[in-house]
Structures are given as C-alpha cells and as structure tokens.
Design a protein around this ligand. Structure first.
Ligand code: 13P
Length: 253
C-alpha cells in the first residue's frame, strides 16, 4: 500500500480464536519487541482468548501492539453466565473488539440484530469495533454474495455508529481456515460494495471506515491483498499465532 498523509494506517488484526495458553504470551511479546525495534506502517492488534487478555495487555503495554476482545455481550453487566461485557474488555486493557465473527454467528446463533446491539455496547464502552460480515460458499455459487453481505452489513450496523470510529471485516466463510483465499477480484468487488453501502448509511463519514479482508491471509499472499483498492487491513486467524508469520504480514502492509 502506498501511504500518503491522508491514508489511514492499515490495521493488521490477529484473531487467536480459541487458541493460546500462557506460553503464547511470548509470541505477543516477540511481536511487540520487533515493532519497537522497527515500527510498522500498520496499526497492529492482537485478539487473544479472554483468559489471556489482561496478561497480554500488560505484556505489550507501552508497545505498538493494541489488544482487544473476540466478542462482547450487548449488556453492561448482569446474570449472563460465561459472557464478557465490553466494559470488562476495556478494564482488562483492550481497546478494540471483534463482533459478529462468522464463528459466533454459526456456533452461537448470533443474528445481525445481536451484532448491532453488541456494536452499540462496544461503542458505549469506548472500544473500537471490527464488525464482521461474509457469505457462505453456497451463497457465492448462487451469485448472491454481494447482495447477502451488503444486507448483513446494513443490519449489523447500529445508527449510533454515525461519527464513531469502527472497522468492517469482510471474511468469506469458505476462505476461513481453509487455505482457499478469495481472489483479488472477489475482494475488490466486495469491498467496493461495502464502501458504497457505508457511504449510503453514513454519508462522507462512510469513506473513513477501514475495510479489512480476512480468510487464509498468509505471509505469501498478504502483499497482493493489502495492495488492492479499498483493502484497509487484514483480519488474520491461523497465521497470527506465530510471531514470525504475523510479523511478515505486518511487514507486507
Ligand atoms: P484464517 O486466517 O485462519 O483463515 O482465519 C480468518 C479469520 O476468521 C480471522 O477472524
């Protein structure tokens, strides 16, 4: 990506999903140490499992590495066993949160309405949300990918986002964890459709929203994806678990 004074820094976000025990903190420390040595063009964030968030935030405090949660509840507190509020993520040192990841939508039946409510909670707690959307393989093969993703996006964004800082991640389900990365043409087409919808919803503010791509981003394909029009960063799963691979992706931005 060619950066100018007006180009926002790309966001490279590492979603560890349900991976990582205490020893994994060393990977985050290694990322932080390398970025201290050689600051990156990109903003960098790691989303560890909730059990590690506080310790990871402390481990990278004062470095260029931001942290956040992989999900949050839509309520501030209360009788919701096993859930975590946006305020708790902020209290643990996180500054961002992923909402509406397809694995949450599938494993926990989260609807777009849930995702919009979680996004509102994130904003209320002062977190920067990354709202995920993406189509299934069946939807893509039926030629419905763009219409589905645009509708999903519209229904997942609360009106209270107007004027707030947030990001959208396009993650086609068939590209997540499969090694089948979307083609640059697919990515460019979808990101353009997402941008048009953001402008329709939020006017000129819609131009400032960063649209990340996620789905089998690796050191080998990151540079081409990140150079594509309207790609404002990457949401990286498997390749974010090892500092060496994650740093190679950061370096490509
Ligand atoms: P992979 O990079 O492992 O395909 O995961 C993508 C993803 O779902 C990130 O949120």
């Amino acid at each position: 990506m060619t950066l100018t004074n007006t180009t926002p820094r790309p966001l490279i976000a590492g979603n560890w999903k349900m991976n990582g025990l205490s020893a994994a903190l060393d990977e985050a420390r290694a990322v932080a140490a390398e970025l201290d040595r050689q600051p990156a063009a990109a903003r960098v964030a790691i989303f560890p499992p909730a059990t590690l968030l506080h310790r990871l935030a402390e481990a990278v405090e004062g470095s260029f590495v931001l942290t956040g949660g992989q999900d949050c509840h839509d309520k501030r507190s209360g009788a919701h066993t096993g859930d975590i509020s946006a305020e708790m993520i902020a209290d643990a040192g996180g500054t961002l949160v992923i909402v509406g990841h397809s694995e949450r939508r599938t494993d926990h039946g989260e609807t777009c309405q849930h995702v919009a409510a979680k996004t509102e909670a994130a904003i209320a707690a002062g977190l920067e949300p990354i709202i995920c959307v993406g189509e299934s393989l069946a939807q893509r093969e039926a030629g419905e990918a763009v219409a589905f993703v645009v509708g999903q996006l519209r229904n997942s964004l609360p009106v209270s986002l107007a004027g707030k800082t947030f990001n959208v991640a396009y993650e086609p389900l068939w590209a997540i964890g499969t090694g089948h990365v979307a083609s640059v043409d697919n990515i460019v087409e979808m990101h353009a459709a997402i941008r048009a919808e953001l402008i329709a919803l939020f006017g000129e503010d819609g131009r400032a929203v960063q649209i990340l791509y996620g789905g089998s981003v690796k050191p080998e394909n990151a540079r081409e994806i990140l150079a594509a029009p309207e790609v404002g960063g990457a949401l990286v799963g498997g390749a974010s678990l090892k500092a060496k691979d994650f740093l190679a992706i950061i370096e490509a931005a």
